[in-house]
Design a protein around this ligand. Sequence first.
Ligand code: GLC
Length: 624
Amino acid sequence: MATPATRTEMTASELFALRWDRGQRDLIGPLTRLYGGVIAPETLMERTRDLLQKHWRARPADLRRLDLIRDLNPDWFLSQDMVGYVFYIDKFAGRLKNLAAHIPYLQGLGVTYAHMMPCLLPRAGQSDGGYAVKDYRRINPALGSMADFQSANLSLRAASISPCIDMVLNHTAKEHAWAQKARAGDPFYQAFYRMFDDDRLPRQYEQSLVEIFPAQAPGNFTFYPDMGKWVWTTFNEYQWDLNWENPEVFLAILDTILFLANKGVEVFRLDAVAFMWKRMGTGCQNLPEVHDILQALTQATRVAAPAVIHKAEAIVGPADLVPYLGTGRHAGRVSQLAYHNSLMVQYWSALASGDTRLMTHVLRSHFPDSFRRASFATYIRCHDDIGWAITEDDAAHIPHMSAPAHRNFLADYYAGTFTGSPARGADFQSNPATGDRRTNGSFASLAGLESALETGDRGAIDIAIARIRLGHALIASFGGIPLIYMGDELGLLNDHSYLDDPARADDGRWMHRPAMDWDKAGNLDDRGVPHTRIYHDLRHILAVRKATPQLAAHNPTQIIDSGTAGVFAFTRQGDDRGVTVLCNFTSQPQVVDIDAGQSTDLLTGDIHRAVVTLPPYGCLWLRA
Ligand code: GLC
């Protein structure tokens, strides 16, 4: 586009045209590869542009301003200032309109990013915690209205906190209008889903598929006698997988994302993205087309709402995770964030075994030091279970380790059935056919606080608190945005009350989704009690993080060998002096020779000589 050089101010439509020019080259490739066989690429590009233009025209002025600010500072989300907090609106604030009153609490912790767990209208009854969406354009009335949502987003933004919500795009609820029309026989909407007239193909696909919820939703397909069709239902029966081979699905979801972006959403957590593309004979996860879809969504969003970023939720093995942050032709072009599921699993694995060799091997051999304009969301706990994603290949690098035995050990350890384990978790989705077991439990309960409080053993309480501090110090320094899961800052324990609610009782993940404890949160002065110690540890860690530019996500993370199996170590190289992080995963002091002369631990201010002694479960951030 030619921009007249004589004019001084740029109009909104000129800005759009320039952004479309910029975005086109990163859109045409994926869209042609995905849909070139179904629709002429020029036609699809034209329809995409029209859609983007429609939403750009409707974009509120304050958000357009934010777009410009982010265009000028596209690395905003990589800053060491970024700290995420993840919560259910009802459990945190009751309703959306009460959220603003709790912003000072978030600010007190240093939060700059608020993930409001599923808040769009879910199906009635069981809804997989809101991940079965009936209407993407309505807020769950139990939480408030769209106007409440917009004003909550405004209040968050005014406090420099970026609102994040879930965008479930692998499936809709079977009650969604598209699914209802499909069920009534409308062929246009039947093509939105993956439907089969008989079970011949489903049976063939099943041969290479895994089951996600083997206990409550075995199999990946459901037969509906009224339609006479089988429908692909990877998760629960009531969650129908969308057919991403249909360009109409791409356009419809893009339309939805931009509609919500214009309501003030700044980060979309793209749910269960690994499953979006299917191919016979494969596990139908992480297929290359998924990265084309993510690039197309990210680049299209960047044209009409450049303030917005995407976070991929792909809870997959280490080798499959890296492409979600952009490799090869997708480098710098796909989702800006992805969950670091491997870091999370390795934290729990090293904590149980007191041995960081597997952690060091996995994090060093599978991951690059940094990504182009993208980074991880680091976390220790979230609303989901922990899947023990430890592969045979990785275990083979550690003397005497077998992957199935280690996975079993971890499940036993965190269920608390392994002798001497202080953890209070529970098995989830045990699958006798594969021997697979996953684990539920809150951070504090898994780390040993629940059992320590029961016995009142002060030493055990100190250990549990040190383990929690270690986890928080790890995710705050590793690189990426640390996500604090609501209540973990106060050491909230498992909550078994979900068993009384029939819509939740069959899903043990509710055990680690307790309500916020505002009594505890309002009593943070007595430094002697566990919840205040955990809170102030975390608050301090996050404050030091913000003052440490080396910890910005664009700086490389290099895993180093500490020379001691009990200590995990890495460096973050900034523009000047790097920071070396040492994490002791054992209950004993550990001595490490870091070979760097004198250094200061940024967390305590202590000066260390070349040989450093780490306290049990200690974490040091050393600057030379
Ligand atoms: C994601 C969510 C999980 C949900 C699943 C299906 O993994 O985190 O809670 O069950 O997607 O939507």
